[in-house]
Design a protein around this ligand. Structure first.
Ligand code: F3S
Length: 754
């Protein structure tokens, strides 16, 4: 196992470390002394401290060392800006950035791409120059969707990757544990901090039998989503195993893992098999395939491995499924479909069929879809609904252009969109229906929440396999079952569509298409990062100031928040996302959703100096301008929701010192520590009620020590006597250093400089 095999053809010097992984695994095996699942093997072989790490599925927090980081263009902006503020000259872990989220579908691939390049110029320029500067691989707009590019170029069996996008698990199709995270986690790994993950439970899905006819890999996850529901995978890795796994193509397994995000799973994965080997070979990585074969015994579950939950599926009996509308776990088998359409009064006419996206745009998907379209055209009929195709990558687009499927789609009536997310993420200038008009669309995508595709809450979006999308598009109605129903040909004669077939891998190999990759230059010292000082979308971050070593006296309470305060209340999304690369601008949404305990209103707090009521961000800015630090008082589970790093960056940027609550959501608590804030908790939750919004407090920070409480001295506004409150915290030694240095990144920068 000590051979030197590169992780990817695009980089030099990043070798697959099966040897180290094997050593770590043996250490953990000696400690646990039980058979392991494949998911556990990947995680435990990437432990920062395999000897000392506490390991209990579902409860301990694992400190891990991922092999790679991948970011899409929307989330990469703040991640890189933060990384830059650490002052390191290269990312510590191989990282790539992918431009796929900001391209709007309007008239077709070429023009849409050109327009996006123009509109997003400053963002793309920033990403391209910062990637070059900090040693990050950059995939330009037009290269394709992040998860497809990762599968084609970077994923390998047994690896651990984090990605700043929820469908990162797609790489599980190549046996990689690929986990979607927030930007803050990506920054940690780029800066060489270990990454923390609550040890997941493992849900086993045992596959037997073999699919045929109209059933495809997508139907496996559509069915599993119906069983587990949108919450059923929370805190768990879904691990497929059993003889049925060998009957699936690698990209089909990718589809299944991709959509595992819809059941809330940490990730999903398949054990290494020959189909993965074939795919590695087809994508010019035979050496990786051979190396994986040497380590194959550890690239699958141990005999007798135990799952926290087990689901068994016989693929020979599996029907095609259609899920939706409005939620991906409402699963209807094709045999009950027409009845469901009728009973639920879903709009029968099918307006648009959409294939592609990161979920379903493999060569196999495109070949099967084209095969159905050809079948229809041989009877003289074409698409009866609008039809769009988003290739997952430039390589897929070029290959299906060469092999004819693209031409088939166009003759069939389809519009080929850019190699990007497009309508899947709402980047769709849809013209055929008015907002508010009820209508149906069907796609091969993964997510179908209200308004996701076209911002029309009345659109009924269904998700299914590309095969069924094409079949329904020919029928032009949802009231159709291709397994049993006939269509009319150009002369009015009835015919039945043939079950689809298509090559799993291109017989003549992949055509790479246009070169869309930008490697970091050999000499990065001369690169300057492009950020215009007048930009309203991007802003260079200054490192936060270190602690002055003193207690904080006579500090005002910016807001005493009451009830639920989620990361959405702290940093709203929607229109604010435009500013996610500009901390000062996006800070104008800080806590505007939180309810002020004093008046029951959102975004209305009293400025203690002016005695006037004002917006929360404006009040914080006024204090900051006058050099007055402030604190927030919060209720239970403060910061629940997402890992959104802006929710921790904004209060720090606007001069906040501490957030004092009845309790924290764990991820937000850690994010606050990373940014150099003090997340503190009332030892007695009843003290929350005692403190009034206009009181002032002294925070005895000099008491900060591991496992020791800290004193909060309260000076009541009503003139009653000063009293002390005990605060507790979860800081460890390393995290106290973060606070002292001003942030975790400052700490890493200091270490790197030593
Ligand atoms: Fe993009 Fe949709 Fe996938 S947004 S990454 S194509 S889920």
């Amino acid at each position: 196992l000590s051979r030197k095999v590169e992780m990817t053809n695009w980089e030099k010097g990043h070798y697959i470390n099966y040897k180290k992984m094997n050593e770590n695994l043996n250490i953990v095996r000696g400690r646990l002394n039980r058979p392991l699942t494949y998911a556990e093997k990947i995680l435990y072989s990437h432990l920062d401290d395999p000897h000392g790490q506490e390991i209990e599925r579902g409860s301990s927090y694992l400190k891990l060392r991922p092999d790679r980081v991948a970011c899409q263009d929307a989330t990469a902006q703040m991640a890189i800006l933060q990384f830059m503020s650490a002052g390191m000259d290269s990312v510590a872990t191989p990282t790539t950035v992918h431009c796929d989220h900001l391209i709007e579908a309007q008239v077709g691939g070429v023009k849409d791409l050109a327009r996006a390049v123009d509109i997003n110029k400053e963002v793309y320029d920033f990403l391209s120059t910062s990637c070059a500067k900090y040693n990050i691989g950059f995939w330009r707009p037009g290269s394709g969707i992040i998860h497809q590019i990762i599968l084609e170029n970077y994923a390998f069996p047994g690896a651990l990757m984090i990605g700043t996008d929820s469908h990162t698990p797609n790489a599980g199709g190549l046996g990689m544990a690929a986990i979607g995270v927030g930007g803050a986690d990506a920054v940690d790994v780029m800066a060489d901090l270990p990454w923390e993950l609550k040890a997941p439970k493992v849900i086993g899905v045992k596959l037997t039998g073999e699919m045929s006819g109209w059933t495809s890999a997508k139907d496996i996850i559509l069915k599993v989503a119906g069983i587990l529901t949108v919450k059923g995978g929370t805190g768990a890795i879904v691990e497929y195993h059993g003889p049925g796994t060998n009957t699936l193509s690698c990209t089909g397994m990718g589809t299944i893992c991709n959509m595992g995000a819809e059941i809330g799973a940490t990730t999903s994965l398949f054990p290494f098999n020959d189909r993965m080997y074939d795919y590695l070979a087809a994508t010019k990585r035979t050496e990786i395939g051979d190396f994986a074969r040497e380590y194959a015994a550890e690239l699958r579950e141990d005999e007798g491995a135990e799952y926290d939950q087990l689901i068994e599926l016989n693929l020979s009996e599996l029907e095609p499924y259609i899920n939706g509308p409005f939620t991906p776990d409402l699963a209807t088998p094709i045999s009950k479909w027409k009845e469901a359409v009728k009973t639920n009064k879903w709009p029968e006419e099918l307006k648009v069929g959409l294939i592609g996206s990161c979920t379903n745009s493999s060569y196999e998907d495109m070949s099967r879809a084209a095969n159905i379209a050809e079948d229809a055209m041989s009877h003289g009929v074409k698409a009866n609904s609008l039809f769009t195709v988003t290739p997952g990558s430039e390589q897929i687009r070029a290959t299906i252009e060469r092999d004819g499927q693209l031409k088939t789609f166009e003759e069939f009536g389809g519009m080929v969109l850019a190699n990007a997310c497009g309508p899947c993420i709402g980047q769709w200038d849809r013209k055929d229906v008015k907002k508010g008009e009820p209508n149906s669309i069907i796609s091969s995508y993964n997510r179908n929440f209200t308004g996701r595709n076209d911002a029309n809450p009345a659109t009924h979006a269904f998700v299914t396999s590309p095969d069924l999308v094409v079949a329904m598009t020919i029928a032009g109605t949802l009231n159709f079952n291709p397994l049993t129903d006939t269509l009319k040909d150009k002369d009015g004669n009835e015919f039945k569509l043939k079950p689809p077939h298509g090559d799993g891998l291109p017989r003549n190999g992949y055509d790479p298409g246009q070169d869309t990759y930008q490697a970091p230059p050999a000499d990065r010292s001369k690169v300057s990062v492009a950020v215009s000082p007048t930009s309203d979308r991007l802003q260079i971050l200054e490192p936060f100031k270190p602690w002055d070593g003193k207690d904080a006296l006579d500090v005002p309470i910016l807001i005493k928040a009451q009830g639920k305060t989620t990361t959405d209340h702290i940093s709203m999304a929607g229109p604010w996302l435009k500013y996610r690369g500009h901390l000062d601008n996006i800070s104008n949404n800080m806590l505007i959703g939180a309810i002020n305990a004093e008046n029951g209103e959102a975004n209305k707090v009293k400025n203690f100096k002016t005695k006037e009521y004002d917006a929360v961000p404006a009040t914080a800015r006024d204090y900051k301008k006058n050099g007055i630090p402030w604190v927030v008082i919060g209720d239970w589970n403060y910061g629940e929701g997402s890992s959104r790093e802006h929710a921790a960056l904004e209060p720090r940027h606007l001069g906040g010192l501490a957030i004092i609550t009845r309790s924290f959501a764990r991820i937000h608590e850690t994010n606050l520590k990373k940014q150099g804030m003090l997340p503190l908790v009332f030892a007695d939750p009843a003290d929350y009620d005692k403190i009034q919004p206009e009181d002032k407090v002294d925070l005895l920070i000099t008491e900060l020590a591991v496992g020791k409480p800290m004193t909060l001295r309260v000076h009541p506004h009503d003139g009653s006597s000063t009293y002390d409150v005990k605060l507790v915290h979860t800081f460890n030694e390393g995290q106290i250093e973060w606070f002292k240095n001003g942030s975790a990144l400052n700490t890493m920068a200091k270490k790197a400089a030593e």
